[in-house]
Design a protein around this ligand. Sequence first.
Ligand code: LLP
Length: 402
Amino acid sequence: MYPRDSSVEDGVLSIGGCDARELAREFGTPAYVVAEADLRSQARTFTEALGRLHQGPGEVVFASKAFPCTAVLRVFAEEGLGCDVASGGELHLALRAGFDPARLYLHGNAKSDAELEMALEAGVGTVVIDNEQDADRLSGGGPRLLIRVVPGVDADTHEHILTGQAGSKFGMAPDAARALAERIEVAGLHMHIGSQLRSLDPYRRAVAALAQVGDFEVYDLGGGLAVPYVAGDDVVAPEDWVDGMVAAAHAELGDDVSLVLEPGRALVANAGVTLYTVESVKPGLAGETTVAVDGGMSDNLRPMLYGAAYSAAIVSRMDDAGGMCTVVGKHCESGDVLVRDVTLPDPRPGDVLVTPVTGAYGYAMANNYNGVPRPPVIFCSGGDARVVVRRETYEDLHGRDV
Ligand code: LLP
């Protein structure tokens, strides 16, 4: 569950060689802590697998929505990835982080004129057409165009993050995509069938559906690979995912097509943990202990939005057995529960509590509910910790007042 570049010694957790208690003391809590080496090694896992398994042109693209922070984007730009941006804001960040504009992919089912203009001016390499309005505004030359196809496949994930099913708000039905490809010049097709997907089957069915649309040079098969959040979570390993995607593409689309893979979560989730301070402890109704921390749904919305499961531990007593607990946040809603059914060793106020696997879509969906300032992002590597995004201040909360 913890970053590869982490360890436990005498029951104390370290991330990137930094003692988690010290990190909490120095930078305060809540804090997003990222093992930088994990970002790099995970990027290489994907690029090396694609390079090994696919002889034609290929590209791994980071879906920036998973962790849209300049420092994270910069790491992936350095590692040679492309970048998926789905808004003017994500485009702005990717450019600032140093991505070659030619390696950017602009997505979106509701692109504004201003966003398209910004992309054209920046020299964005690829724009993914979602609808007829995109096609009307883009067919005059410029970026390479792909059409997002709704392959009409279901997959086993939370309905809020399923996107390839018939009737999805994203992309065009195969018939409409085929008609459009006859009318305007496109380089290829795109699909993204959903997120936190635990099996290759829906991908295989979706690639088969793409093959029915026609023959193209480029196929962007999207992201969606699941990560394990709690012990026993059964998922496909990144190498096996790339292998399955490439095999499906070779079987259905040909060996020499240009292949694009677009993972977000799987590149960042496991590199990040969140540190909290325990503020209060009280008995729950069913014999469990309710442990309240200084963050919650403002730094991790996923339990509330998707019923997502996480685990937790006390960073100074990692090896100790414990009693059943529920970890709740500080926000004024009963649904603000971060972790259910977790055992923690005698949690006490002042303890530093960690939730692992929070590198994806935590920072991205953070908010200021209850006027809680958003946490900093701390990169840890080789025993050094550096703040790459500072904590919000109370002044920031009214910084936009006019
Ligand atoms: N490509 C496109 C066009 C996407 O829309 C997405 C994610 C990805 C790639 C990357 O998918 P990933 O590999 O991260 O699954 N907020 C939700 C996840 C929403 C995903 C949206 N699109 C969550 O916290 O689970």
